[in-house]
Ligand binder design. Structure first.
Ligand SMILES: C[S@@+](CC[C@H](N)C(=O)[O-])C[C@H]1O[C@@H](n2cnc3c(N)ncnc32)[C@H](O)[C@@H]1O
Length: 476
């Protein structure tokens, strides 16, 4: 075997290392005070962060550069807390470290049907403890499971260990406590929504939903579903003439996330993947908004894990390697015909069929498929580290985006921060370009964006299983 690299291979290696090391897009800059000032001035006092409310304009101007940097730092720290939520998702839904059944929606429905009785609660505690035990055993063993390896690092960083039975017991107890914490948080969110619903004011309910996770850890969860809602919204914009054919070649995704173990029904039997950049590219081609020769997608995310995943993906792309995406949906969910159609044709504009990873028997009843995105389209996705709340990319007019999307992300912020998102998006969009989000954002005239209403997509006949995509257009 000839192990000497040929000139061609050396060139590929150089391209690959360059792709990994070099920033793949323009740099991010913090929002300047001049742009923030009108937003602060027009925000209701109770919508402003405490340390800003009541300050005089001169004080605000002086403090802004440090304040905005400090906020950026704090948001990035929330990612670590979000990882703890992913730990709970893995504990509940994972099948890579245990043969025990997943504790997904069906299990909790049965629990509720049992009237949340002591017996049912005991069953839940037993099930959680069993899964926590298996997870600790998996974490303690040398293995190549990337999700378990990540969670092992997380619990070790928190001071837990695996050397003795006592240490393992303490670690398992921590996992159970994390589940209890997450459960209490979700009960709180549910109660908040119910309270808003009881008031009978739909606008108020939307406002509560729009900032439900404002103090929560920022997680990386993702699934295929919001991408269907984005495609519906784009189709609607095309029908209304807001977007025209070939008018959306430059696309951006704020916070594409990583499919680690999604919070609603996550799975962990296939490699980590990102979905949204390719889903958006696929939709733009399907609708004729973009074409294969010109389409480009930029990911804008604060997560080092997301950015590194994309850098590795690009590195492999530069070596001529494709990117595989695993798709799965539960067969016992009453999906709408539209959702099934979207799922069946996902990525058919940009990818070829690939071999799907087969789920283990305790993963439940699933339909699976996989697609392989060719290297040339992989390289159309680039990535920038950007905090969309406090930063923007400074782009020349010809490089501005036609469409920016951000789903399941602005819900992690309060109304003031959401107004900043609009102003930052306005700086990165071309006139007439649109920002699409499944969060209602505050009406902020000084942001330079106008609301065009929303489009509703239903995924299944289950209660509240859908999304509203709110549309904001950059004023001309
Ligand atoms: C819950 S995931 C959503 C993933 C995907 N958009 C979806 O809907 O499935 C949130 C993602 O947004 C990113 N994120 C959160 N706050 C952000 C911010 N201020 N700027 C950029 N990315 C952010 C996180 O790192 C993560 O990748």
């Amino acid at each position: 075997m000839n192990l000497r690299p040929t000139g061609f291979r050396i060139a590929l290696l150089l391209i690959a290392s360059f792709a990994l090391a070099a920033p793949t897009g323009p740099r991010a800059e913090f929002m300047p005070w001049e742009e923030a000032a009108p937003i602060v001035a027009s925000s209701a006092a109770d919508a402003l962060p405490q340390d800003i409310a009541g300050k005089k304009p001169q004080q605000l101007m002086d403090m802004w550069p440090d304040w905005v940097r400090e906020q950026d730092k704090q948001v990035r720290e929330r990612l670590a807390k979000g990882d703890e939520d992913s730990l709970v998702n893995l504990l509940l839904f994972g099948t890579s470290f245990t043969r025990q059944p997943r504790l997904a929606a069906e299990f909790f429905e049965k629990l509720r049907a049992g009237g949340d009785s002591d017996k049912m609660q005991a069953e839940l505690q037993r099930a959680i403890a069993g899964r926590a035990h298996d997870m600790v055993v998996a974490m303690a063993a040398p293995q190549r499971n990337e999700r378990i390896a990540f969670m092992r690092r997380l619990v070790v960083a928190k001071g837990f260990g695996f050397s003795t039975p006592q240490e393992k017991q303490k670690t398992a107890l921590f996992l159970v406590q994390e589940f209890d914490r997450a459960r209490a948080e979700f009960t709180g969110y549910r109660d908040e929504i119910r309270k808003a619903q009881a008031g009978g004011d739909q606008a108020q309910e939307m406002a509560v939903r729009a900032r439900l996770f404002a103090t929560r850890g920022v997680s990386l969860d993702t699934s295929w579903r919001p991408n269907m809602a984005i495609e519906d919204a784009l189709r609607d914009l095309l029908a209304k003439g807001v977007l025209t054919r070939s008018s959306a070649q430059r696309l951006a995704v704020v916070g594409p996330g990583l499919d680690f173990v999604d919070k609603s029904e996550g799975y962990d039997f296939y490699p980590l993947q990102t979905i949204q950049p390719f889903a958006l590219m696929d939709s733009a081609l399907r609708l004729g908004l973009a074409d294969r020769e010109h389409v480009r997608v930029t990911s804008l995310d604060i997560s080092e894990r997301v950015n590194q995943h994309l850098a590795r993906m690009r590195q492999r792309g530069a070596e001529g390697k494709p990117y595989n995406i695993q798709m799965l949906r539960e067969t016992n969910v009453p999906w709408t015909a539209e959702a099934k159609k979207y799922w069946d044709s996902f990525a058919d504009q940009i990818a070829k069929p690939a071999v799907a990873v087969q789920p283990p028997s305790n993963a439940g009843k699933l339909k699976t498929r996989a697609v392989r995105v060719p290297a040339d389209l992989v390289l159309r996705v680039d990535a920038a580290d950007l905090n969309a709340v406090y930063e923007r990319l400074t782009l020349p007019a010809s490089e501005r985006y036609d469409v920016i999307i951000g789903t399941n992300i602005f819900v992690y912020y309060g109304p003031f921060e959401q107004s900043l998102v609009l102003a930052n998006a306005a700086q990165m969009l071309r006139p007439g370009g649109v920002l699409l989000s499944n969060n209602l954002l505050p009406d902020t005239p000084s942001s330079g964006m106008e609301s065009l209403g929303y489009v509703t997509t239903v995924y299944s006949e289950r209660a509240e299983d859908g999304d509203q995509i709110f549309i904001y257009r950059k004023k001309r």
